[in-house]
Structure formats: structure tokens, C-alpha cells
Design a protein around this ligand. Structure first.
Ligand code: FMN
Length: 147
């Protein structure tokens, strides 16, 4: 069993979440491959049982531009039997708080994937409490994919 994490981060906040989550997934003994979305293809998801997606929210509650090709490619793949979770940094100044997390959860579910954790949204740069939440998110994800 292995997990892939695909993420986008423009100013480093989602990347910090990604690195903390990844460290905790690996610490729990799960093999994890990490890719920035620009280097990823939808078909990468078919090669793993666990999927972690991370994205900040852009525009008026939209996915980052660099996620759009990957998001479209997801329409061509069947994710039945796979387990996933989604995270991202957000900004509560915007009315559509962390909408990219919700958009990705919806797409994963549409493609047959079981989303095993509530999406993790962190306000801007993760503080120490947020880092703890990210650590727990990684550990709980491993528990869920092994259940
Ligand atoms: C033009 C622009 C639009 C944004 N739109 C939203 C939004 O609709 N909802 C939201 O929660 N955050 C929004 N944000 C905030 C970013 O998601 C936030 O700054 C995040 O921390 C960036 O993450 P990153 O450091 O991983 O790039 C927007 C930021 C910019 C610059």
C-alpha cells in the first residue's frame, strides 16, 4: 500500500502543511510520494491506494490555475476503492473560505474515492496549533487507510 500527495502552493503556506502532513504519514510507516501539481498527471493517482491533495484557494473561491489541468484529468480516471483527504491554506478575508479544498473533495467523491477525513483548512501561514492539526491529520489518515 502506498500514498501519493499532490499539492500546489504559491507563497509556501500549503507547502508547509504538506511537509508536516508528509512527515507524519511517513513516521507512521506509510510509503509516500510527494509531487507539486505541475509535475503530476491524473493517472498518477491510479498507482496508489492513498491520495492526499493540497491546494490554496485562488480567485473568487477557485482552484489555483496550476491545478486546472490535473483537475480535468481526474475526469478520466476511476478512483473506486481508494481513500483520500484534502488540505489547504486559506484566508478568511475572502467569502469563499478554502473553497479549493471543497472542490477537490467533491471531485474525488465523484470519481468513486472515499474521502476519509474532513478537509483541513488553515488560515494563512500555519501557527503552532495548526502544525499540530497537520500532524494529527497525517497520523489519522494512515489509521484510516489501514482500517
Ligand atoms: C488573488 C487571490 C485570491 C484569493 N482567493 C481566496 C479565496 O477565495 N478563498 C480563500 O480562502 N483564500 C483566498 N486567497 C488566499 C490564499 O488562499 C492564501 O493566501 C493562502 O495562504 C495561499 O497559500 P499558499 O501560501 O500555499 O500559496 C486568495 C489569495 C489571492 C492572492
Amino acid at each position: 500500500m502506498s500514498t501519493i500527495m499532490i499539492y500546489a502552493s504559491m507563497t509556501g503556506n500549503t507547502e508547509e502543511m504538506a511537509e508536516t502532513i508528509a512527515a507524519n504519514v511517513r513516521a507512521a510507516g506509510e510509503e509516500l510520494q510527494m509531487k507539486e501539481v505541475m509535475d503530476a498527471y491524473g493517472t498518477d493517482l491510479t498507482e496508489h491506494d492513498g491520495i492526499l491533495l493540497g491546494a490554496y484557494t485562488w480567485g473568487d473561491g477557485e482552484l489555483p490555475d496550476e491545478f486546472l489541468d490535473f483537475y480535468e484529468e481526474m475526469d478520466n480516471i476511476d478512483l473506486t476503492g481508494k481513500k483520500a483527504a484534502v488540505f489547504g491554506s486559506c484566508d478568511s478575508c475572502y467569502p469563499e473560505y478554502g473553497a479549493a479544498v471543497d472542490i477537490l473533495i467533491k471531485k474525488l467523491e465523484e470519481r468513486g474515492c472515499e474521502v476519509v477525513l474532513e478537509g483541513l483548512k488553515v488560515e494563512l501561514s500555519p501557527n503552532s496549533d495548526d502544525i499540530k492539526l497537520c500532524s494529527e491529520f497525517g497520523a489519522r489518515f494512515v489509521e484510516k487507510i489501514r482500517a
